[in-house]
Design a protein around this ligand. Structure first.
Ligand code: CA
Length: 224
């Protein structure tokens, strides 16, 4: 499971990152709202941990923007002591849980785990873009009713792209999500695999669904 921690206090942020990494989460950290917004556009997360008081876009505004864009990842809000109004506002704005500072790290980890599980349960069993359907339980894909043979890696790639449908998936985000790399191996690994996947899902079908966004990455969308 992949978690994004948005927290401007660097010490707290690195502490959270370390604790969540130890629990086996993949963790990214942003120190301000603008950076977080850009990161969330590029990568899909299973849980977001959002501090309310942030420089630039604050946590609550960021949460509203997310929900406005139908990004439904579970959100755990962090707030300083006494920010009761923000807490209520946050829950109204679509936060799933709330933890006041100072908190015990074990409690934060437990809540992130619970949100992650809830997120998994609420994920739909099938994803659809136009007539391309991915069965996330059976790990199979069909286009126009015809089964498409995928390797395990191609399945992960297609699932990531379809979960992010309509949004650009950068090469680095793909490497992280599909290969679990946190570095760029400097090869054309992603491009080669996307090309193979494209041949399978778009080769004999119209409209084309897997698009190259030059210089940025790839995107699956219904072109019509
Ligand atoms: Ca803060």
């Amino acid at each position: 499971m992949r978690v994004l921690v948005v927290e401007d206090e660097k010490k707290t942020a690195s502490f959270l990152r370390k604790a969540l990494l130890e629990e086996g989460f993949a963790v990214d950290v942003c120190h301000d709202g603008e950076g977080a917004w850009a990161t969330i556009q590029a990568t899909s997360y299973d849980v977001l941990v959002l501090d309310i008081m942030l420089p630039g876009i604050d946590g609550l505004s960021l949460l509203r923007k997310l929900r406005g864009q139908k990004i439904g990842a579970p959100v755990l809000l962090l707030s300083a002591r006494g920010e009761v109004n923000e807490r209520v506002e946050g829950l109204n704005a679509g936060a799933d849980d709330y933890l006041p500072k100072p908190f015990v790290i074990a409690e934060l980890v437990a809540r992130v785990k619970a949100l992650g599980r809830r997120g998994l349960e609420s994920k739909p069993a099938s994803l659809r873009v136009a007539d391309l359907v991915l069965d996330t339980v059976g790990h199979t894909a069909r286009r126009a009713g015809q089964p498409i043979e995928l390797t395990a890696r191609e399945y992960r790639l297609l699932e990531f792209l379809m979960r992010s449908a309509g949004r650009i998936c950068g090469r680095m985000a793909i490497l992280e999500q599909v290969w679990d790399y946190d570095f760029d191996p400097g090869t054309n690994l992603v491009d080669v695999n996307v090309m193979r996947l494209r041949e399978k899902i778009d080769g004999h079908f119209e409209p084309k669904l897997l698009h190259t966004v030059r210089g940025l990455g790839y995107m699956i969308k219904d072109g019509r």
